[in-house]
Design a protein around this ligand. Structure first.
Ligand code: FES
Length: 332
């Protein structure tokens, strides 16, 4: 099965000839974008504060921060094009040349790297024939090395348009990109049930929800392991200082928890010390949407936790042993 990707074929440098000479949007497009921009600007006390979502808005239109997009933002926000460019070139989420339909990000930060992220990166660059921030000739995939995405408990992680694909291997990551190129749906490991396009994702980042933010679960069993352990052992975080006295007391140095230390009588809320371990039935902060005292929610019915995987994870015995060793090391 073949698929028509949104981005026109780019030359090896990733640029579409002539795009730097694009002069603007047609009237209908400009009017539509201006209506969206007005909604975005209305969210801020100062209009210029709307620049970041506005840049996502033009990415949703053009697939990158185009020269005409920069001119549009500058005109709407009473900024110079130089000021808009200075912001757009600072953040890696803003693309300076046409992006593929899917941004595939391979985490090669420390933990993912040692758990296999470097091997995935090597394999995908060879398989796709592109390097960092380059797009495949069919316009389907822009490949990126990415920094930690706070999903280290599922390392090594691959992101597709910022959706998580956990516990990847070179083989499973290659399978994901092959499916994307062929137009075969893929399901992230957590969160939304499917992957949208780069332009659709950019519109969400501009502040126009697609209604899928609450699909599935964000935290799976590995993420909740610490919470469950704390609940099991009766650990809890120290109380916050009483608001009335907050700031009256000098900060106390952090002290490692000492479970052998006899529990002191329960102190007043504003006297608690960092590191105190007070047996309690309260497992600490309650995740959003969870009733206090209830078991942490690992995944409701029909959530992504129950969804059959469409792309394989590394479930080999060696992987399980490696993961167990890592978990043991974290807990010791
Ligand atoms: S190091 Fe890859 S998600 Fe943290």
């Amino acid at each position: 099965m073949s698929v028509q990707h949104e981005t026109p074929a780019a030359n090896p440098a990733g640029r579409v000839p002539g795009d730097r000479h694009a002069t603007g949007y047609d009237d209908a497009t400009r009017e539509r974008l201006a209506a969206d921009a007005a909604q975005i600007m209305a969210r801020y006390p100062q209009e210029r504060s709307a620049l970041l979502p506005m840049l996502h808005l033009v990415q949703a239109e053009d697939g990158y921060v185009s020269p005409r997009g920069i001119a549009f933002c500058a005109g709407q926000l009473s900024l110079t094009t130089a000021e808009v460019s200075a912001v757009a070139t600072f953040y890696t989420q803003y693309k300076r040349h046409p992006n593929g339909t899917y941004t595939v990000g391979v985490c090669t930060n420390t933990l993912c790297a040692v758990m296999g992220g470097d091997a995935i990166w090597e394999d995908l660059t060879e398989h796709l024939g592109v390097d960092h921030d380059e797009t495949t000739a069919d316009g389907a995939i822009t490949l990126e090395r990415i920094e930690c995405n706070a999903a280290c408990d599922y390392a090594p992680v691959v992101m597709v348009n910022w959706e998580f694909f956990d516990d990847q291997t070179p083989e499973s990551a290659r399978d994901v990109v092959d499916r994307l190129r062929e137009g075969v749906p893929v399901a992230p490991s957590r969160g939304a049930a499917s992957v949208c396009t780069f332009k659709q994702m950019s519109r969400v980042l501009a502040g126009f929800p697609d209604g899928r933010a609450d699909e599935g679960v964000g935290a799976g069993p590995a993420t909740l392991r610490g919470t469950l352990l704390a609940k099991e052992k009766g650990w809890r975080a120290p109380d916050l200082p009483d608001a009335e006295h907050a700031g009256d007391q000098p900060a106390e140095p952090d002290r490692p928890a000492d479970p052998a230390r006899p529990a002191a009588p329960t102190p007043p809320a504003d006297r608690s010390e960092p590191g105190d371990v007070t047996p309690t039935t309260d497992a600490g902060p309650t995740p959003a949407g969870q009733q206090p005292g209830a078991d942490p929610k690992v995944g409701a019915e029909e959530s992504s936790a129950d969804r059959p995987a469409t792309t394989p994870s590394d479930t080999s015995a060696e992987s399980q042993r490696r993961r167990q060793r890592t978990d043991d090391a974290k807990e010791s």
